[in-house]
Design a protein around this ligand. Structure first.
Ligand code: C2E
Ligand code: CA
Ligand code: CA
Length: 411
């Protein structure tokens, strides 16, 4: 988890238009954790980055004098690594190709904003870029009450973000994990840790799971048709594993959207495995019979017994990010990781590493023989509308194999 830092997030807005620049700064500074600086020209911006810390850059494309494309080139020459968002009223195709150019020069292009845009689009674009906005969104003083969550479900305030899962040896996009968020009208984007416990305790997890399954499969079927992404992973709460109708719900959705069952993976956390083994066996066996893949999530944290694991028909083991995080520097985490991978291989399970945040972690996981990976190093969870753009940037030939994220996106 990211930790809260009291330092403001420094955002540099580069826009020759005084009104646009100032409006954008004001919009950004509604978030009290942000300090926004307006540069009216490329020269002013470069002088600023040479002398100040900058956490995120929002850059206009059309500027008299040095334009946005030239500015990106000059930023690349300075090895600027902070996330960059391109903002412009120009044709979206031009915006996309400018972003691709920036990525090919090694800049961390995280997205584009087409003017005019709504504050919510700006917020979406930035939400998962840094440590500050996210804990604020998570830090909801009081526990969310069930009626409020119920209203949110009825009012369609839930949404899904998707995080790419890649083949670590060839960088290919193999799937996405669907992660639920709540776009609260006043509180902004709320992350699942803040509302899933209420959903589980109140029984609302049932309609929520049905909604997630339906939405994730519908979206995955679209990407499958577009040849963009082969599969989707969906989280099923351990508390839902008494619901004997789950396999039927998932099957109905897959049939409705004509998505082959083997393209859908259901992720179940390891800690859920031990509770009611009878109902769980019924559900997971029927899911497998219907052809769906089954993943054991957060592996290494739940102390499940090997005997239990062997009895359950999992197809995939997901290595918890706490071990991935520690493995490059800490021998204990490395040995948990190695023995989990060996176990998975013996049980003929696919391995997926989550929480890859650096090139060093990627390299280590490849050396250990892990099949797939996901993490901020490659992409943050993002709205469905951004996957194609991320993929185009990710596939830019100039980006060296396994190297840094070309587009890290928003939640
Ligand atoms: P999870 O299943 O372990 O999901 C992965 C979490 O790790 C996500 O957090 C993701 O944003 C975060 N993550 C991905 N890459 C990195 C990285 O490189 N570094 C770090 N530090 N974190 C990374 P998120 O979206 O906040 O989800 C939290 C948990 O909420 C999930 O953990 C999952 O257990 C639960 N959840 C999310 N969506 C659903 C859902 O639709 N249904 C249910 N039942 N649970 C869900
Ligand atoms: Ca998961
Ligand atoms: Ca996990």
């Amino acid at each position: 988890m990211t930790t809260f830092s009291p330092e403001p997030r420094e955002i540099l807005v580069i826009d020759d238009n005084d009104l646009c620049g100032r409006t954008l700064c004001a919009m950004l500074q509604r978030d009290q954790s942000v300090r926004a600086t307006h540069a009216r020209s490329s020269e002013e911006a470069l002088a600023h980055v040479d002398t100040h810390r900058v956490d995120v850059i929002l850059c206009d494309l059309q500027m008299p004098g040095t334009d946005g494309v030239e500015t990106l080139r000059l930023l690349a020459e300075r090895n600027i690594s902070c996330p960059i968002v391109l903002v412009s009223g120009t044709d979206p195709g031009v915006l996309a190709s400018a972003a691709q150019m920036g990525a090919s020069r090694g800049l961390n292009m995280i997205g584009t904003l087409h003017k005019p845009f709504r504050p919510a689009e700006l917020h979406d674009c930035l939400i998962e870029t840094g440590p500050l906005t996210r804990p604020r969104a998570r830090k909801i003083g009081t526990r969310i009450a069930a009626p409020e969550l119920e209203r949110a479900i009825e009012n369609n305030e839930l949404l899904l973000h998707f995080q790419p899962q890649l083949d670590l040896t060839n960088r290919r996009l193999e799937g996405v994990e669907a992660l639920v968020r709540w776009q609260h009208p006043d509180r902004g984007l709320i992350f699942p840790d803040a509302f899933i416990p209420t959903a589980e305790d109140s029984g609302l997890i049932e309609p929520m799971t049905d909604w997630v399954v339906q939405q994730a499969i519908e979206q995955a079927a679209i990407w499958r048709k577009e040849d963009l992404c082969p599969g989707v992973s969906i989280n099923i709460s351990a508390r839902s594993l008494h619901r004997l109708d789950i396999p039927d719900r998932v099957e109905e959705a897959a049939r409705a959207y004509l998505l082959e069952p083997e393209r859908v993976t259901l992720e179940v956390t390891e800690s859920g495995v031990s509770d009611d083994i009878g109902a769980m066996l019924d559900i997971v066996t029927r899911l497998r019979l219907k052809g769906f893949a089954l993943s054991i999530d957060d592996f290494g944290t739940g102390f499940s017994s090997l005997a239990q694991l062997r009895r359950l028909p999992f197809t995939e083991l997901k290595l918890d990010r706490s071990f991935v995080r520690g493995a490059a520097s800490d021998v204990d985490s490395l040995s948990v990781l190695e023995s989990s991978i060996n176990l998975a291989k013996k049980l003929r399970l696919k391995t997926v590493a989550e929480g890859i945040e650096s090139r060093a972690e990627w390299d280590l996981l490849v050396a250990l023989g892990v099949d797939l990976g996901q993490g901020y190093h490659m992409a943050r969870p993002m709205p469905a509308s951004q996957l194609a753009e991320w993929h185009a940037l990710w596939s830019t030939p100039a980006s060296p194999v396994g190297d840094a994220p070309r587009l890290i996106n928003q939640g």
